[in-house]
Design a protein. Structure first.
Length: 274
């Protein structure tokens, strides 16, 4: 399909890749959209849309990253004109665009931890994205394009991502054990201050972070006498805790990098009431 490149963000001398990720609830599923755009010698755009199956239990951030990964894999198989000397991924995800330079240099040097010591989430996908970029054997840039704008390519991949989420689904990109929370509150990062205190928590979700050799837990604070009662937050721990179970734990003193430092044992509802 051809069209004029005027007023577009596509670059000459580049394989322009437009990507988008979509995440839908009930049940949670995600999809990805990818379009290739090359500007020919006459200044016209040659477009190619790619179709992908969706993913079960996917977050929007995972889908934004996976769209870039699958696009780069497909780009390696594509025969490109000689004037194409670089690849530019156009994404409306600030999460992808702003963090790509960190994934190339800073995070690998820090063992995939932020400066605060907090583990980088989706590190396996970030690592795969940089690996695929290296395999392409040409410069890869990721540039931001305003979402839901008049850009026809961004609109196209948004539609493709939603269609992908409706197609047969691949396995989840991350294995997460899930139980329903009892609290009416939503998750709020940093809502539970870490002061080295003991807490009784109920685990809602558990997810392994294999690169950092940690596990990420979403939890709710149980005792009614606690000032944080009902708060839902995120914490990290080296060991395994079962979703839906209640534990008595001690935490660290760093709210920006919350960790469980000791688990005293599992708590039954009968014990909790005492």
């Amino acid at each position: 399909m051809r069209g004029p490149c005027a007023a577009m963000t596509s670059k000459e001398h580049a394989l322009n890749i437009y990507t988008d990720g979509s995440s839908r609830p009930s049940p949670r599923r995600g999809g990805i959209g990818v379009r290739f755009v090359v500007i020919d010698a006459q200044g016209n755009e040659e477009n190619e849309d790619l179709s992908f199956f969706g993913y079960r239990n996917a977050t929007n951030q995972q889908m934004e990253l996976q769209a870039c990964i699958e696009a780069l894999k497909a780009a390696r198989k594509k025969s490109l004109p000689r004037h194409v000397t670089m690849t530019v991924i156009h994404s409306d995800s600030r999460y992808v665009v702003d963090n790509y330079p960190r994934a190339l240099r800073q995070w690998p040097m820090n063992g995939w931890f932020a400066e605060s010591g907090r583990p980088i989430e989706n590190a396996d996908l970030w690592k795969e994205l940089t690996r695929q970029a290296g395999k392409l054997r040409m410069r890869v840039e990721i540039q931001w394009v305003k979402g839901h704008s008049k850009n026809v390519h961004n609109k196209a991949v948004d539609k493709l991502a939603k269609q992908s989420a409706q197609m047969p689904l691949n396995a989840p990109l991350a294995q997460v054990s899930v139980r329903r929370k009892t609290s009416k509150k939503s998750v709020e990062i940093g809502s539970v201050e870490m002061t080295g205190q003991r807490m009784t928590i109920r685990v809602i979700t558990g997810q392994p972070l294999p690169i950092q050799k940690l596990r990420k837990y979403k939890y709710e604070v149980m005792p009614r006498r606690s000032p944080s009662h009902g708060c839902v937050d995120i914490i990290f721990y080296e060991g395994f805790l079962s979703s839906g179970h209640i534990y008595r734990v001690r935490v660290n003193e760093d709210t920006k990098n919350p960790r469980i430092v000791k688990v005293f044992g599992e708590v039954t509802l009968k014990t909790q009431r005492k």
